[in-house]
Design a protein around this ligand. Sequence first.
Ligand SMILES: [Zn+2]
Length: 363
Amino acid sequence: MTRKRITLSLLMGLSLLSSNVLLLKENSALAKSVTPLERTSKTSLVITQVDNSSPETGVNPESDFFKQAEAEFNVLGEYGKDLYVLYRLVEKLARANNLDERNWRFRLVNQYEINASASELNLLTFYAGLIDQLHGDYEAIACIVGHEMAHHEKNHIPLKVKLADEMERLKQEADQELLAEVQQNQKGSRNVVGGFIGGMVDRVVGTRGLASATGRTLDQSLDNMDAAERQQAQKRAKEIYEEKLAQLNQEFSAKVQEQELESDRFGYLYIARAGLDPQGCFRAMDVLNDLPTSHLPGITHPSTPERIQKLKAIQAEFSTANLVAEGKANLQNSPTPLKYAVSRDGQSIRIESRHNRNINDVL
Ligand SMILES: [Zn+2]
């Protein structure tokens, strides 16, 4: 067995904030999925590429490879252990479901949010809060991993991006309308009001899941209004935005929620094919069900009780034994562990497709 040691510097934590995140912020689509981390630590990840093509006698190349991988991730401490778990799950789900034709990327954001997302090209983002809540229950974590992989596989990202762009556009429109109204009501104090209205909606509505505030001088300018004027402006900002959101809801909600249910479905199937107990999906849902907002259907997600009900229907529809058999066949076609490395974005781990080869072996 030949080993090539490559030491790569991996900026854990704040590197997640570099150029990529700035782009995401501009593209409001994904602003929700990446939030600045509070601290940064620079850690070095030693990546050893193991050539499995010449296994030593008596050695199981697969478990040998994974043991080595685990040791390398463990260099990063607790964070590395979580990364290793995610690597193993994405890797196995990819091979067991014939999703290893292309590379995957994943990252773990060290922030206590109970969330995960799929974005860009084949990028999966997981938050530490989610991993913590499901700590040790790998079938439940796998179900979330599968759900996010399904968003990519089923080509859901363009609609997500479009929805987020529309939300941003509506916020700006609402701001403009508010500005016009306030100016009409307060012709004498146009200058005071005009300066701060931009971004009002962001501030007033609270914008769960929306892009960050743009009203830089809002607080300062609010001081220049009397309390009644301020209250009135805030009330109208909320009203106007909610009217617009209702329009958006009508246009997008059904499609986006359908995609969420489709991802739940494939998340379930993916983990079953990987030989993991699909009951993990119900346990993951139980955790989501305890979140304060879970019973309110949002624009993007069906309510958790509805998602659980749909999962039960899937459970009745498929034989787990058949799914396991399908997964085994896929694994036989792709028996070699998928390699990993730090992605060239410097912020995520790349899991390499089954077609990954050395250029000298190709030519
Ligand atoms: Zn989803």
